[in-house]
Structures are given as C-alpha cells and as structure tokens.
Design a protein around this ligand. Structure first.
Ligand SMILES: CC(C)(COP(=O)(O)OP(=O)(O)OC[C@H]1O[C@@H](n2cnc3c(N)ncnc32)[C@H](O)[C@@H]1OP(=O)(O)O)[C@@H](O)C(=O)NCCC(=O)NCCS
Length: 204
C-alpha cells in the first residue's frame, strides 16, 4: 500500500499566489451551503477572507501538503487582529498572561475536506501558541468553522455580524478555548516540516 506523504511547514511570502488560489476554492466550495454566493464573493472581495501577510512574516501561518499538493492552510497569531486579510490589521502584540491568542484563516482544499487536516492545523497552532506561553485561544468562526472548532473544545461566546459590503452581512461566531495545563499527548505520526518536526496528534 502506498501511504500518501504529509508535510507541514510555515508559509513564506512566495507562497501567496498558491494560498490565494486555495482560499478562493475552499471558500467558494465549502461555505456554499452556509452562505449565499453573493455574500461569499463580497467577503472575498472586501478582505474579510484573505491573506494577512503579517502572519506569514511572523512565521505563524502553516501549509499542509499531501503528496506535495497544497491541501490546507491556517495559522495563529500573537497579535490583536481577530480575522480578515490586510483590511483591518491591529498588530498590537498580545500578552500571553492576559490575552487569548488568535486562530486565523483556516482553509482546506475541497478535495481534502473532512480528512482531519483542519484538526491537524488546529493542533499545530495550539501547540505553537502554548510554547509561546498562551493558555487560551479565540477566533471568529464561519458556520463551517464552528463545527470544526466546536468538535475541538471551542465554546461559543457571541455572534459577530460582519459587514462585507454591497449591503450584505456575514454572520460569524466568536469562539474561545482555554487550554488544559498539561501538554497535548504527542503519540501521533511525525511530520517533517523542513527544519523542525511536528508530531500530529489524534483528535481527542
Ligand atoms: C472549516 C474547515 C477548515 C474544516 O476543515 P476540515 O479539514 O474539513 O475539518 P476536519 O476534517 O479536521 O474535521 C474535524 C472534525 O470537525 C468537525 N467538522 C469539520 N467540518 C465539518 C462539517 N462540514 N460538518 C460537520 N462537522 C464538521 C467534525 O467533527 C470533524 O470530525 P469527523 O470528520 O471525524 O466527523 C473547512 O471546511 C474549510 O476550509 N471551510 C471553508 C473555509 C472556512 O470556513 N474556514 C474556517 C474559517 S473560521
């Protein structure tokens, strides 16, 4: 049996065109049952969904490759911006002792949906945030994201209605998770990330 190779690495600015294509595909296909097509296009146009290059510069935005095909992207941030591309950045650095780190911009290729890549990225982000000292995470979830994050211990805080232009509003959900004190159990397969090795842990 041929086992597909899986690799996770931090994104670089050179990856932006590929990330952009993945976001478009993912948003259009995987959110179409939750939002009207006009709202999806407006969210992409206005930058509510888009690339925040600050995350790439901070090396907190990750790419997952399956057989060298870009299959998923997503990241975390120690800065205040909760969601969106470059349109509304607040680069204020958060205090791990007081603030929740952010989970940002998860997009899975439709061909790889429901294969655990979203959960894998989430675990990478939480573990990296934990190493940086954070004990809580917050995010603005789409309807699809709500299902992923809800299955991974995130609780609803309050709805967020975001104006995406053209008289349209997109409803998201502010969600939060407090990490347990003990590190995640790391018994999963090891994944090469270039200079480092990430251990993929199974979803609890
Ligand atoms: C949301 C998204 C990132 C989920 O990625 P994914 O790789 O398909 O999620 P996973 O396979 O890791 O799912 C893990 C678990 O989350 C839950 N889950 C994820 N997507 C779900 C869905 N569409 N319906 C129901 N449960 C879902 C399930 O419990 C799932 O476990 P299971 O498949 O064993 O039942 C993906 O659908 C996506 O890219 N959507 C478009 C962009 C988007 O909305 N991003 C979120 C921004 S907040």
């Amino acid at each position: 049996m041929k086992i597909p190779t899986l690799a996770v690495r931090a994104a670089t600015l050179a990856d932006i065109p590929d990330i952009s294509n993945l976001m478009l595909l993912s948003a259009r296909e995987l959110t179409k049952d939750d939002y009207p097509a006009e709202a999806i296009e407006s969210a992409l146009q206005c930058g509510a969904w888009g690339i925040d290059t600050q995350l790439i510069r901070d090396e907190t935005y990750y790419l997952v490759f399956v057989e060298k095909v870009l299959a998923a992207c997503g990241g975390w941030s120690f800065r205040r911006t909760l969601f969106g591309g470059e349109s509304s950045p607040d680069d204020t650095v958060l205090d791990p002792a007081m603030d929740a780190a952010r989970i940002r911009a998860f997009f899975v290729h439709p061909c790889f949906a429901r294969r655990g890549l979203g959960a894998l990225l989430l675990r990478c982000c939480e573990n990296a945030g934990r190493i940086a000292g954070f004990r809580a995470f917050e995010l603005a979830a789409t309807a699809g994201g709500e299902r992923l994050y809800g299955a991974n211990g995130y609780c609803a805080v309050q709805p967020i209605d975001h104006d995406v232009g053209n008289g349209l509003t997109m409803r998201g959900l502010l969600m939060r998770k407090r990490l347990s004190r003990s590190p995640e159990v790391t018994t999963g397969p090891q994944i090469s990330t270039g200079n480092t090795t990430v251990v993929a842990t199974p979803t609890p």
